[in-house]
Design a protein around this ligand. Structure first.
Ligand code: PMP
Ligand code: GLU
Length: 395
């Protein structure tokens, strides 16, 4: 037997805890258990028919070959037009748009293209589980700044400024946020972008939940604030969450020409293009924006109802308190008053009551748990009643 099969890198990377909880819940379900799953960050709707039809036609037409590594030209062009309208591309230049196999890979390439050994990356916590691991995979150092519910889970420019060192290269922003659902105000974003410009930093703005908004709120794109912001901000998004296309694996990255070119080269040497016929489905969504947004608005009606149902139910449980989120499909209640670590809480909850949630610990915030309400009203009702019983038992 060889003594060291794995590289140092492979030895140090941990598996995605969100995917792990989801896999565990699915395995329990498959074994016949009555599980209430709040684990996965995955919309429970089907992809809109007109998008599936466009993909099926592409398959029938033989769009089954390699495509240019950075994406099919029509999709890059359609997205460049869209992002030009939205103000993050000064000109509708398709060379600044890269389509990747999933937003997760877009994030990773944004980090890999800009950060390496000796660089520090500011990550506001609670954070999406994969950011710190991606930074470490790039050989750079994550620098975590915590924002609790007392500050609406949003870091301030002053907090970031305090954490800067000469090695800081990149700030990661994610609004609406996974796991908290919080949304930055325009002025809060502006202060952070101004700081990035003043201190010669880059920003990666992960906007994958950009269209999942509630309470009449607006999402602001940091890359649209000024010409300098457009140059310094790498915007990441994707089709997974907006159009319920998680399995299609399509991410979007928009950056200045130098970064976009480097990202395209990295992709051409690692994955090549995102699946060709998937991209034709996405193209139908972007080219038929009115129909696409109608489909999203239909999903939002259900998400919003579930959000409020879950929010009210959580706040009615003794020992649990939850901020009203304004985006995505997550709630991030505080359970710290129940005097149990969030990891033990979520493990025991799954074991005793068959309710799957993700521990706040995975998002860099112990004392909280994450619940995804991308699930049915029935599951929410049943899950809340089990959660209530569990909290009573442990308090
Ligand atoms: N960013 C955030 C904040 C996410 O929650 C996710 C969810 N998986 C992604 C990026 C990547 O999504 P995907 O790879 O499915 O496009
Ligand atoms: N982003 C989703 C989540 O947070 C899917 C899982 C993952 O990719 O980590 O649950």
């Amino acid at each position: 037997m060889k003594s060291n099969y794995l590289s140092r890198l492979a030895n140090n990377v941990s598996p995605s805890p969100t995917l792990a909880v989801d896999a565990k819940a699915k395995a329990l379900k498959a074994a016949g258990e009555d599980v209430c799953g709040f684990g996965a960050g995955e919309p429970d709707f089907d992809t809109p028919d007109f998008i599936k039809d466009a993909c099926a036609s592409a398959l029938a037409e033989g769009k089954t070959k390699y495509a240019p590594a950075a994406g099919i030209p029509d999709l890059r062009k359609a997205l460049a037009d869209r992002y030009h309208q939205d103000g993050i591309l000064p000109e509708a230049n398709p060379a600044q748009v890269v389509i990747s196999p999933g937003g997760k890979y877009s994030c990773y390439l944004a980090i890999l293209a800009t950060c390496g050994p000796g660089d520090e990356v500011i990550i506001p916590a609670p954070f999406w589980v994969s950011y710190p691991e991606m930074v470490k995979l790039a050989g750079a150092q994550p620098k975590i700044i915590l924002a609790g519910d007392d500050q609406g889970f949003k870091v301030t420019a002053a907090q970031i400024e305090d954490a800067l060192t000469p090695a800081t290269k990149l700030i990661i922003l994610n609004s609406p946020s996974n796991p908290t659902g919080c949304l930055y105000e325009k002025s809060e974003m502006e202060e952070i972008v101004e700081l990035a410009c003043k201190r010669d930093l880059l920003v990666m703005s992960d906007e994958i939940y950009e269209y999942l908004l509630y309470d009449g709120t607006t999402h602001y794109r940091p890359g649209s604030f000024s010409a300098e912001a457009a140059d310094r901000v790498i915007t990441v998004s994707g089709f997974s969450k907006t159009f319920s296309m998680t399995g299609w694996r399509l991410g979007i990255l928009v950056a200045n020409p130098e970064i976009a070119k480097a990202v395209a080269s990295l992709q051409s040497q690692t994955t090549s293009n995102a699946t060709t016929f998937s991209q034709y489905g996405a193209l139908a969504a972007v080219q038929n924006w009115t129909s696409a947004m109608e489909a999203v608005n239909e999903m939002l009606i259900h998400f919003d109802r579930r959000r409020l149902m879950l929010l009210n139910g959580l706040n009615a449980i003794d020992g649990v308190s939850c901020l009203r989120s304004q985006g995505a499909f997550y709630l991030f209640p505080k359970i710290a008053d129940l005097a149990m670590s969030s990891e033990n809480f979520s493990n025991q909850l799954l074991e005793d009551k068959k309710v799957a949630v993700v521990s706040g610990h995975a998002f860099g915030a112990d004392g909280y748990i994450r619940l995804s309400y991308a699930t049915s009203d029935e599951i929410i009702e049943k899950g809340l009643s089990r959660l209530n019983a569990f909290c009573q038992e442990i308090s």
